[in-house]
Design a protein around this ligand. Structure first.
Ligand code: 2NL
Length: 379
């Protein structure tokens, strides 16, 4: 911007010198011809007064057009007494050169000004400090999912992900929950109605209630030994409150081979719990019931806030429940075509929100889904 303004001034200065010679000559020649002096003065003043290129064009017509004041001086020569003609002719020519050169100079000045204005209108000031883009990071749930799966990957497991809309067969039946099992209740499960309920049972597809159906799919397709971890979304008919959400995240895993025992299950989950919650954690297995494992247990870690003494986090119990587990029920092996006399295995599962809430002392599950960056950016 400053350059083009400086250039514009330079142009004016150079032009002014050229015009000055013409003005001086005209001044001398028109000393006793006031009308011609006026024509020169008006011509210069009107070029000077033009403030836009459009106005300058009008001035040009008024001075140098067919009926322009300067043109008329030259055109009028014929009507003058012959003795006057050379002197007036000379003045007329000087007038025309002066008008032309002043218009030309002014054109350059106004063009430079117009370029300045349009630059300024769309200006990017490259000297201003940059605006740093806000760099985000992964969501706490994504990080916890990765942290949990990475621990199992380091133990030799592989990750299997699959559909969130499932067949009733994979979600319930093959997991030893037959048609009248209470877990299949409409009150707990989000069934999906098909477009054509005549062809198919309208209630045989649903939003999976856990990620175990994926594990059935892997077992059905492949043969032991298998070590698989399966993270993902799961859905239940829950009202959203501080501890429930109809959409949540789970991680389940299983190991199947020959000779797998409950000792392997305990060692694996102890290693996992200590890696996630700290090497000084105690781990306990509390007998429980799940339809797909027998025997079954719930896994607790000693509360890392109070080290087992009892506090607000563990509600005075000294222990935090992190997941469920058990030895895979022989009936499940029946569904996937494994010989339960030859193979055995264990399985486990837990809610990822629950694990994150315990690890980071979060008391309301809704903060995972509300996308309030004031919460999210702390992790
Ligand atoms: C829970 C219970 C558990 C499993 C999940 C499982 C999967 C297959 C076979 C057998 Cl394919 N079991 N998963 C087993 C025991 C417990 O989780 O309520 N977690 C929050």
């Amino acid at each position: 911007m400053s350059c083009s303004r400086r250039c514009a001034r330079d142009v004016t200065d150079v032009g002014a010198e050229m015009s000055e010679d013409l003005v001086k000559a005209l001044d001398e020649l028109t000393a006793d011809r006031p009308r011609l002096r006026d024509v020169a003065a008006v011509a210069r003043a009107s070029v000077e007064a033009a403030s836009t290129l459009e106005e300058l064009e009008e001035v040009k017509v008024k001075l140098l057009g067919k009926k322009g004041s300067v043109t008329l001086v030259l055109k009028g020569l014929g009507a003058l007494p012959p003795g006057e003609r050379p002197a007036v002719g000379k003045i007329g020519n000087l007038l025309r050169r002066l008008a032309e050169s002043e218009i030309e100079e002014k054109t350059r000045v106004l063009e430079a000004a117009r370029a300045d204005a349009s630059l300024a209108a769309g200006a990017v000031d490259v000297t201003l400090p940059g605006r740093a883009p806000a760099v985000g990071h992964r969501h706490l749930l994504s990080r916890i999912t990765e942290e949990v799966t990475e621990i199992f990957v380091s133990l030799g497991y592989r990750i299997a992900e699959g559909p969130e809309v499932e067949y009733d067969y994979y979600n319930f039946e093959a997991l030893n929950q037959p048609p009248h099992h209470p877990a299949r209740s409409l009150n707990d499960t989000l069934y999906i109605r098909r477009k054509d309920p005549i062809d198919e049972d309208p209630e045989d597809i649903l939003l999976r209630t856990h990620t175990s159906p994926m594990q059935i799919r892997v077992m059905e397709k492949e043969s032991p030994p298998l070590y698989v971890i399966s993270p993902g979304k799961a859905y239940r008919r829950d009202e959203l409150d501080a501890t429930h959400s109809p959409e949540f995240h789970q991680v389940e895993g299983f190991a199947v081979s020959e000779g797998i025992t409950m000792g392997d299950l305990k060692g694996t989950l102890e290693a996992f719990a200590r890696k996630l919650f700290g090497s000084d954690r105690a781990v306990r297995f509390r007998p429980h019931f799940f339809p797909f494992t027998e025997p079954s247990a719930e896994v607790d870690v000693s509360c890392f806030a109070c080290d087992g003494a009892g506090c607000g986090l563990c509600k005075g119990v000294g222990w935090l429940e992190i997941m469920g587990c058990g030895m895979i029920d022989p009936n499940v092996f029946g569904y996937v075509g494994y010989d339960p006399e030859r193979y055995s295995g264990f399985a486990f599962g837990g809610g990822l929100e629950r694990i994150a809430m315990m690890k980071y002392n979060i008391d309301d599950i809704r903060v995972f889904y509300e996308n309030d960056v004031r919460f999210l950016r702390q992790f």
